[in-house]
Ligand binder design. Sequence first.
Ligand SMILES: [Zn+2]
Length: 291
Amino acid sequence: MKPRKQSHRAWRIVVAGLAALIASTASAQRCAVKPASIPLGQTVRLRCEVPAATARLNGRTVRLFKQESGDWQGLMPVAVADAPGTYSIEFLAEDGTALASVSLTIRKTIFPSQNVVLAPQIEALHSTPEEMQTLTTFRDSVSDVKYWEDPLVAPLPGCIISPFGVKRLHNGKPTGEFHAGIDQRASDGTPIRAVSAGIVKIVQPFNVLGGTVAIDHGQGLETMYLHMSKLNVEAGARVKEGDVIGYVGATGRANGPHLHWVVYVNGVPVNPQQWVSLKSCGSAKKKSQTK
Ligand SMILES: [Zn+2]
């Protein structure tokens, strides 16, 4: 009698364990993150099979959107200044109900330092409060329509003179800033193309950024192109992938013609090299022509 009762109890524990395992597997399958381990300054793709409205990572909340494929997708940025470690991305329904919790590892990432030599009058350029407000408004807006599609195309074919994330020094002095985009080598007047379809939001000269075009590609993806010699679109225009939006220049805080461009994911600058395939120019000319 006694051994039999014990074996019955053991079975109940096994069944309860199996049920918990099935439940956790089902929950893990409802939403997924890709990749599950990522360096600083990169983008995590979010996908759910159930209607997910938002996802949260360490105090940062982003929206998910229903796709034509029938699932819900979103983009979670990992900022350069985030702390490495293991986190949970929490997925929530419209009413705030928890849908899933998926683990993400943010890896320790070393960004090198880079000195940029600037003429005194170029170094002295500063943004006005109005310029800062225009940029903040652009970065903070997340539109519902998705214009972009994978893969993005490079805005021009030049190699990378200065990568994303490097700590910047100006004339040997630390600026406390990191390079929030990439610099591509290009001669004055080279056409600059939209990396994907979208709506043009900013077309204007800025003190520090120079001739600038900013595009909203929808659902949290935005790009911005700086130091242009000539702007070739109007604010409000709808552009297709590959449309010429302007031409390479050295306007604003630049020491020679090049293209500096930025990818924003839900307002956070992320590494464009995760989005497009581009070669580095190598170390020989590392210090030339950068902003
Ligand atoms: Zn730059």
